[in-house]
Write a protein that binds this ligand. Structure first.
Ligand code: PRP
Ligand code: URA
Length: 209
């Protein structure tokens, strides 16, 4: 069963408010998306396995723990997912990054794949798919389907804002996926945009409007 984790930490909520604001410019928008991704990573990585080790402090030997070499893969859905990659990899720089290029056909709202480059060993990795927006859920569902077809076995989905429709679609298509979001908004409008949302994430990240 998939679980939806809504991250209501005050820092995440504060920064998400600034991200939503239409007066926030490209530079600040990009920095804030990266910061929220980093804050979300803290919770997404909560179940990383540890192994015991020992270090010598200036005072004595200490029995400690380090992360047990888990193989991770961060998978941004292009374009807007790119904005979350640096935040997700900052704490675990050894994570590999794979890219899936999808755009939504503006008429049908169906995702179209135009690029895919993944680590060769995705079947051995815990994959974290990142995209700021989960609207109809079509893009995320297709990306996860591609990953499963290519052998992925462990996948989490991380996004900033989800519509109820997107969450329902992901649960229906992939009920084994945990979903991490900073907010679940009210609804989709007739163009498939999240209301109130933040507008077009790709355009706001890359200044293409
Ligand atoms: C946006 C967003 C998601 C998708 C969400 O990308 O970043 O990938 O829409 O919508 P869905 O849940 O209805 O599929 P878009 O297609 O605008 O492409 P872009 O990132 O290149 O701007
Ligand atoms: N994609 C976006 O960038 N924003 C939305 O609200 C929905 C899809």
């Amino acid at each position: 069963m998939s679980n939806v984790h809504v991250m209501d930490h005050p820092l995440i909520q504060h920064k998400l408010t600034l991200i939503r604001d239409k007066e926030t410019g490209v530079k600040e928008f990009r920095e804030l998306v990266e910061e929220v991704a980093l804050l979300m990573a803290y919770e997404v990585y909560r179940d990383l396995p540890l192994k015991e080790t020992e270090v010598e402090t200036p005072v004595a030997k200490a029995a400690c723990h380090v992360i047990a070499g888990k193989k991770l893969g961060i998978i941004p859905i292009l374009r807007a997912g790119l904005g979350m990659v640096d935040g997700m990899t900052r704490l675990i720089p050894s994570a590999k990054v794979g890219h899936i290029g999808l755009y939504r056909d503006p008429d049908t709202l169906e995702p179209v794949e135009y690029y895919c480059k993944l680590p060769s060993d995705i079947h051995e990795r815990d994959l974290i798919v990142v995209d700021p927006m989960l609207a109809t859920g079509g893009s995320a569902s297709a990306a996860i389907r591609f990953l499963k077809q290519r052998g992925a076995r462990s996948i989490k989905m991380v996004c900033l804002i989800a519509a109820p429709e997107g969450i329902a679609r992901l649960k229906q298509d992939h009920d084994d996926i945990d979903i991490f979001v900073a907010a679940v908004d009210e609804k989709l409008n007739s163009h498939g945009y999240i209301v109130p949302g933040l507008g077009d994430a790709g355009d706001r990240l890359f200044g293409t409007k």
